[in-house]
Design a protein around this ligand. Structure first.
Ligand code: TRP
Length: 83
């Protein structure tokens, strides 16, 4: 995998409540969070997987558009995200 690598497909995340958190997990043997992005209600982020990021974790209520269709994540009752 070279420096230019990025996944071909974009993923779109739309926050359905304030404080939705998107965390990027590192690619490779070592799995850790290397970036955290906060979205407020109505905000949209368009993203790709890269040589640095092989997985993302989304906390809070959001719509996730990908090649797999549209998935709605649930808000966490005990979490920080508020509507
Ligand atoms: N560092 C792991 C990897 O590149 C990150 C990862 C990918 C991961 N998919 C996962 C971690 C699924 C937990 C579950 O493979």
């Amino acid at each position: 995998m070279n420096e230019e690598y990025s996944g071909e497909d974009y993923i779109v995340v739309k926050a359905l409540e304030n404080g939705v958190t998107i965390m990027g997990l590192t690619r490779g043997r070592d799995t850790r969070f290397h970036h955290t992005e906060k979205l407020d209600r109505g905000e949209v982020i368009v993203l790709q997987f890269t040589e640095h990021t092989s997985a993302i974790k989304i906390r809070g209520k959001a719509e996730i558009y990908s090649q797999h269709g549209v998935i709605t994540s649930e808000g966490s009752p005990g979490g920080k995200a508020t509507s």
